[in-house]
Ligand binder design. Structure first.
Ligand code: HEM
Length: 510
C-alpha cells in the first residue's frame, strides 16, 4: 500500500462532476472503503520487461500489436484487461475506456493541458530558430503553448468569425461540384484525393485568402503546388506517431525523420511565400480580407515567425482530418439509403434550387445533416482518442496515477460498446436528435472527436461548418452509393480510411 501525503487533498470539488476522483479521505470512505491505494504498476496490462518495457508487443513476429492498427490494439487491451490498461513502451502509458473515468482525467487538466506528441517535429522546429519561434501549437506545452493559443484562437473560434467564412467556403464547394460534373463523375475508384484537393482549397481560402486552383488540370500534375502541399501535409502527419515512439532519429536522420523534415520544409516554403506576399500587400490594407491570416497580422504580440508556425500547423491539421472525416461520413451515408433520403429531404427544404446560396441560417437549420456528422464521428473519429500528459499525481479507480503519465482516452472503442450506446455498430443519426424517439442520453465524454477543454481542436466550429457545407452540396447534387467493401482505419496519428473511398454518383434531377 502506498503512503499518501496531504497533497491528495483538495479534490472535493471534483466529486461533483466525477465519481472516480476523490480527496484522500473521500477515497477511503467513498471509493474503495479499504483505504488501499494501489500503485500504477498494479494496473492490469501486458507484461513489462526491463529495458524494453512493453515495446516488444509492437515488434514484428514477436508482438501481437500493430502500430498502424491502434484501434485493434485498443480492442485487444480492453478484452484482456478491462477499463484501465497500463503499457510501458518507454513511458508510463494508461488507456482509459470508461466515460466517467475519461471525464475524471480531463477534470484533472492543468491550466496548460499538455500532450506528448509531435516530439520529432518539435525537435525539427526548435532547431530552426531563423524560421520558427516555437515548436508550434500542436507540439508545444506550458505557458508558451498558452501564449500562442490565446492569441491565435481569438479569430479562429468565435461563432461570428466562423460564420464569416460560409460564403467563400460555399463558393469553393460549388466550384468543386461543377468540377465533378465537368469530368462527368459516375463512379470513382477513390474519392479521397478529390476530397484532399477540396479541403486544401477551402482551408487556403479561409485561412490565407489564397487560391491553389487545385481543381484545374495543370494542378493535377504531381509536381504542382497543390499536389506537393497535400503530399507534404500527409508526409508530416504520417510519420509523427512512429517518430514519437522511436528515438533513433535523435542520433541520426532516419528516413522517417527525413520525410518529416522535407515535408515541413515544403509547407514552410509555401507558407512563407504566401505570408511575404501578404505582408507586402498589407501595406495597402485590404479591409475585405476576413481570412485568419489577415487577423493574425493584426495581433501586436505575434511576429512573423509565430505566424509561419501557425500556417504550417494549419496546413498539417486541416487537410487530412477534414478529408478523412468527410470520407467516413460519405461511407456511412451512402450505405444507409434511408438516412440519405432523410438528409436529402432536409436539404431540399433548405436549398429548394441547386443555386440557392448557403447562409448561416441554412447551416444552423441543417439539423439532420449535422447529426449525421456527429454520428459518423462517433463511429469514425479521426483520432482513436485524446492524449494527455499528467502534470500532477491523482487517483483513478483506486490507482495512483503518477505525474508524467501519458493518458490516452479510448473514445473510439468505448463509443462502440453496447453498455454506452444502443446498437453501437449501427449508423443512427437520430440518437443525437433531441425530440426523436430514438434519442439517447449519451455520456458527454463518450464521443470527443475534437478533444476537450482549452486544448481541444482550435478549428472545431470551422471544421464542422465546412463538412456540413460539403455534405449539403454533394447530397443536393448526387445520390450516392457505396460500391466498396467494409471500410476500416489505418491509424497514422489520425485515422485514414484503410481502403479506397469507392462511391457511385447518380445526378439528382430535382
Ligand atoms: C474534422 C476535422 C477535425 C478533427 C476531427 C480535429 C480533431 C482534433 C483533435 C482531437 C485535436 C486534439 C484535441 C485535444 O487534445 O483535446 C485537435 C487539435 C488541433 N486541431 Fe483539429 N481537428 C479537425 C480539423 C482541424 C482544422 C480544420 C484545423 C485548422 C484549421 C485544426 C487545427 C488543430 C490544431 C492547431 C490543434 C492543436 C490545438 C492545441 O494544441 O491547442 N483541426 N484537432
Amino acid at each position: 500500500m502506498l503512503k499518501l501525503s496531504k497533497k491528495y487533498c483538495g479534490h472535493n470539488k471534483s466529486l461533483s462532476f466525477a465519481s472516480n476522483v476523490a480527496s484522500y479521505s473521500d477515497t477511503i470512505e467513498v471509493h474503495n472503503g479499504r483505504g488501499n491505494v494501489k500503485s500504477f504498476e498494479e494496473i492490469p496490462g501486458p507484461k513489462s520487461y526491463p529495458v524494453v518495457g512493453t515495446l516488444y508487443k509492437y515488434m514484428p513476429f514477436i508482438g501481437d500489436y500493430n502500430v498502424e492498427a491502434l484501434d485493434k490494439n485498443a480492442w485487444l487491451n480492453y478484452r484482456r484487461y478491462g477499463n484501465l490498461v497500463r503499457e510501458t513502451p518507454g513511458v508510463n502509458l494508461l488507456h482509459v475506456y470508461d466515460p466517467e473515468d475519461i471525464e475524471t482525467v480531463f477534470r484533472q487538466d492543468h491550466r496548460y493541458p499538455a500532450r506528448r506528441s509531435h516530439v520529432a517535429m518539435y525537435h525539427y522546429r526548435t532547431n530552426k530558430p531563423h524560421v520558427y519561434n516555437t515548436g508550434g501549437l500542436l507540439s508545444t506545452n506550458g505557458p508558451e503553448w498558452w501564449r500562442l493559443r490565446s492569441t491565435f484562437q481569438k479569430n479562429f473560434t468565435s461563432p461570428q468569425s466562423v460564420k464569416n467564412h460560409i460564403e467563400s467556403t460555399d463558393s469553393i464547394v460549388t466550384e468543386f461540384v461543377q468540377w465533378l460534373k465537368q469530368i462527368n463523375i459516375t463512379h470513382n475508384e477513390d474519392f479521397l484525393p478529390y476530397l484532399n484537393r477540396l479541403n486544401l482549397e477551402v482551408i487556403a481560402t479561409v485561412a490565407f485568402n489564397e487560391r491553389f486552383n487545385s481543381f484545374s488540370s495543370e494542378e493535377q500534375d504531381l509536381n504542382s503546388r497543390s499536389s506537393k502541399t497535400i503530399a507534404a501535409a500527409f508526409g508530416s502527419n504520417s510519420g509523427i506517431m512512429k517518430l514519437d515512439k522511436g528515438f533513433m532519429w535523435k542520433l541520426f536522420k532516419t528516413p522517417l525523420y527525413k520525410q518529416l523534415a522535407d515535408s515541413q520544409e515544403y509547407l514552410e516554403k509555401v507558407s512563407t511565400e504566401i505570408l511575404l506576399e501578404r505582408v507586402h500587400f498589407f501595406k495597402h490594407a485590404d479591409n475585405n480580407d476576413v481570412s485568419l491570416l489577415g487577423s493574425f497580422l493584426q495581433q501586436p504580440n505575434l511576429d512573423l515567425k509565430d505566424v509561419v508556425g501557425m500556417m504550417v500547423d494549419i496546413l498539417m491539421a486541416a487537410i487530412d482530418t477534414t478529408a478523412y472525416t468527410t470520407s467516413f461520413a460519405l461511407y456511412h451515408i451512402s450505405r444507409n439509403p434511408e438516412v440519405q433520403q432523410k438528409m436529402f429531404d432536409e436539404i431540399l427544404q433548405l436549398l429548394p434550387t441547386k443555386d440557392t446560396r448557403m447562409s448561416s441560417e441554412i447551416v444552423s437549420k441543417a439539423v439532420y445533416v449535422r447529426s449525421c456528422i456527429k454520428e459518423s464521428l462517433r463511429l469514425n473519429p479521426v483520432s482513436i482518442g485524446v492524449g494527455r500528459l499528467t502534470q500532477k499525481e491523482f487517483i483513478l479507480r483506486d490507482y495512483l496515477i503518477p505525474k508524467g503519465t501519458v493518458i490516452v482516452t479510448q473514445n473510439m472503442v468505448s463509443s462502440r460498446l453496447q453498455q454506452y450506446v444502443k446498437d453501437p455498430f449501427e449508423f443512427k443519426p437520430e440518437r443525437w436528435l433531441r425530440g426523436s424517439t430514438s434519442y439517447e442520453n449519451i455520456h458527454p465524454f463518450l464521443s470527443l472527436p475534437f478533444g476537450f477543454g482549452p486544448r481541444s481542436c482550435i478549428a472545431r466550429r470551422l471544421a464542422e461548418q465546412n463538412i456540413c457545407i460539403i455534405l449539403v452540396r454533394l447530397i443536393r447534387e448526387y445520390n450516392l452509393k457505396w460500391i466498396g467493401g467494409e471500410l476500416g482505419v489505418q491509424t497514422l496519428l489520425i485515422n485514414k480510411p484503410d481502403k479506397p473511398v469507392t462511391l457511385s454518383f447518380t445526378p439528382r434531377n430535382l
